[in-house]
Design a binder for this molecule. Structure first.
Ligand code: GSH
Length: 199
């Protein structure tokens, strides 16, 4: 099994953290630039996006949360769904909304127009980031050590991506609780090995 990823994608990071927490070796990861349409990626995923997983037998598996679903069935323990399923899924949904909004702005700014964030759609995404983070900050996903659930994973991935891409944005509100959650998971190998960076 190998995963095609890049060094910044929050979606790829979710899949990679989940794989590592389930005991898979991230060693065979292949770093690609999805915007460069590399053949190896397109051969597996016509959408040309990361994460793209080539599972044993050669079948491609794409979409971060589908990869997670597949993993839960393949390797049930440790479960990434936590003990309070309703809350975990609800909080993970919020974090995914923030991640989608951030990725949308970054894509618009980098692939279309540096001012894309100021467009009507860009401003809606900005609002989503601010209002989506507020309830996560007010009531962060619970973490008591050990394997994290998907709410913890997505909230930390959202926090780190916010820091990577929007640290200087004046409209970003402080999130000390999410920073504390990030700190609580920072030493887990799955998180440590996947901290995003601009290559
Ligand atoms: N829904 C997908 C989104 C994946 C995605 O958009 N990945 C970005 C990187 S952050 C990408 O590869 N973009 C290239 C493109 O859209 O062509 C998932 O959850 O895996």
């Amino acid at each position: 099994m190998r995963i095609l990823t890049n060094t910044t994608s929050p979606y790829a990071r979710i899949a990679r953290i989940a794989l590592a927490e389930k005991g898979f070796d991230l060693g065979p990861s292949e770093i690609v630039n999805p915007w460069g349409d590399p053949e190896a990626l397109l051969a597996l995923n016509p959408a040309g996006r990361v994460p793209t997983l080539e599972i044993d037998g050669g079948l491609p598996s794409t979409e971060s949360l589908l990869i997670l679903l597949w993993l839960e069935r393949k390797v049930p323990e440790p479960s990434l769904l936590g003990t309070d399923l309703d809350r975990v899924v609800s909080q993970a949904g919020r974090a995914m909304g923030v991640i989608d909004a951030m990725a949308n702005i970054v894509t618009g700014q980098m692939q279309m127009d540096p001012a894309w964030g100021e467009t009507r759609v860009g401003l809606k995404r900005r609002r989503t980031i601010v209002t989506g983070l507020r309830p996560l900050e007010a009531e962060p996903p619970a973490y008591r050590g050990g394997p994290p659930d998907i709410a913890v994973i997505t909230a930390v991935v959202a926090y780190d991506y916010l820091t990577l891409r929007f640290a200087a944005a004046p409209w970003v509100e402080p999130t000390p609780q999410l920073a504390a959650l990030r700190a609580a998971t920072a030493e887990r190998p799955a998180f440590k090995a996947t901290v995003p960076y601009v290559a």
